[in-house]
Write a protein that binds this ligand. Sequence first.
Ligand code: NIG
Ligand code: FE
Length: 412
Amino acid sequence: MRTLFKNIKELIQVREAGLDFVSGEAMNDLPTIKDAYLLVEDGLIKDFGSMTECPNVEADKVVDATGKMILPTWCDSHTHLVYAGNRESEFVDKIKGLSYHEIAAKGGGILNSAKKLQETSEDDLYEQTKVRLDEIIALGTGAVEIKSGYGLTEASELKMLRVIKRLKENYKLPIKATFLGAHAVPTEYKDDKAGYLNMLVEKLMPKIAEEGLAEFVDIFCEEGYFSVADTEFIMEAGKKHGLISKIHVNQFTSIGGVQAGVKHEALSVDHLEEMKDEDIEALKGSKTMPVALPGCSFFLSIPYTPGRKMIDAGLPLALATDYNPGSSPSGNMNFAVSAACIKMKLTPEEAINAATINGAYAMGLQGTVGSITVGKEANLILTKPINSYNFIPYSFGANQIESVYIKGHSIV
Ligand code: NIG
Ligand code: FE
């Protein structure tokens, strides 16, 4: 199956193979080809270039993209897509002035979602999650990471991971699974956090590794949840079971989680709303991708990750949605890109790099998606007619997507 896209006004994020991620000043560089063609064969990017060099090939489908742009689909490297029901009532509590911690203390929060999920069947959970996955694909996401962490029992954590496994089997986009058993201490273990962590490591991790249910391991490193020592314990155990770390750190407090992540070669450290200078220093020269989640800052009215300062310090940055029922009930990467520009002062080039190639790296998918590169999957956004790619973040709350292609197949 061959598709030829012709007369593309601008082909965005054109890269040679082998680039892992971009950082510092290079984030402001977004290579493009104006008046371009793109050839897709059997789901992969086969060839591209200037229209003046467009080859005369037989194609099963020809798409005339006059006035429209093509860019790689968004890479959303941090979501909690599998959950049961929602937390609308807490939303109202929040409007009335209760904080995230106060809501959790009165029986809301992660434990509220866990209770709902424990009572939901795997099939029901799968159907609820499918709706959200279809929704984000239509919004341009073409690779996604999904976490467990609303199960908090052996059975329910496995139920969540099996839902992710079914999604992987039934969808064409790359999906990565993260084991986040250490998301909160469940009520049954409220006076025995160590016992809960031991259960995760001794009972669950071996099963997860054996059944191949996750690639990554995560923990909520935060005051009132899990300490830096707990985080190191989980990362070390993960390593023994072949699980790479991607961790929640510095959402409300900076307590050393970034340094622990770097020390244990975490693939990413995510949230980072509270960053001390030493946290930025610790990331320099490391292979750990900092990930900002502006939807969470917007929804909880907490500070935005100091992305401008971090990029100016030479760091890379990725953007993700954190789609979850408590702190970011939206999986809209277009909004994350807009908010990064408007609130974090990233340029459109930086934000698009953060949401594509750097997001791919934060899932270990830099060889598969995240740029227009020969051999990568043809996961593409075809825009509506627009004048410049700046219009994508500028038109916040809307999106400029006409079609989304996953492995060369038009989904929307
Ligand atoms: O990434 N901060 C920890 N976990 C999620 C929110 C979980 C929830 O409130 O349900 C997050 O923001
Ligand atoms: Fe999260």
